[in-house]
Design a protein around this ligand. Sequence first.
Ligand SMILES: [Zn+2]
Length: 352
Amino acid sequence: MSSFDLSEFKVIAAMDIAAAVKAGAKSVTLRQGAVVTPSARDAAASAGIDIAFGGAAPASPSAAGSKWEALLNSPEANRIKEEICAVGRKLWHRSYVDGNGGNISYRLSEDAVLCTPTLVSKSDLKPADMSLVDLDGKQLAGERARTSEILMHLEIYKSVPEAKAVVHCHPPHATAYAITGRVPPTCIIPEFEVFVGRVAISPYETPGTKKFAETVIPFAKTHNTILLSNHGIVCWADTVTHAEWYAEVLETYCATLLIASQLGSPITQIKPDKTQDLLNIKQRLGIPDARHGLQECQLCDMPDPVGAIAIPPQPGSGGKHTTAPDAPTPDDIEAIVKSVTDAVIAALEAKR
Ligand SMILES: [Zn+2]
């Protein structure tokens, strides 16, 4: 029986077990006190790998280990850890996460990402809970096991060089869109256009899996905010605070649309030349949008998925269709009624 020595590591993830299985191991030896993630335990159980504790921790940390420990405890990392804790509390207080839901990360260096742990409420986060992972999700440092959803964050970092921070949460109004397969319409509220704009919706996959992580790849470059089908949302930005802002902007927008859709009147739309002004501001801020580079006339005409909101948006006040010259006059309305009536009568007569 070949045994695989993993006593070098403080935290054992599923991929460590997979590596041992690949090497032909029937058991693994861990250091006393090593943390085994739930998915690592499952992987060991399904591969029939025995886990033995008792390996001694290395007398002195390896050079690689001490490098990552140093990065995890660097002044910059410590500042970001505080920011992540503050953002976690905001998410929880705004009811964007519940239970241990949601996760937050920040790219500290080219090959290392700071992230929240698994199984901790975002309102209870402490700086010491954070861990450091590489771009494959392997934990490099930190006492607590990293979030299982880090793989999705990593796909965003790999696809978008500008992405420095990722926030994933489950805000109810935006998630209402995500569970109905709808995306909110655009050209309605300026702040939403500038900071978020047209969102994408990624197909459903089981959370925590590599397949789930990869669902965001086609959208991440041109969308800083993505609806995750039957799940929640994910936002990326230059800072953790800004990524959380985008979650707030989207959630408030979705809530406003849902309230407006109950008022019984059509929602008015910002006209295309004014939308172009907003997109120009957005481009100056360096915020991506799938509509950058489109003609003005195309900006608000991109088809919304079926049933984007209860009542389709109408051209806005100040828009050319509601100002006096183009608004239908009583005569116009009478003419329309007459032509419809004529057509109905003609059809009835043709049937006789
Ligand atoms: Zn989630």
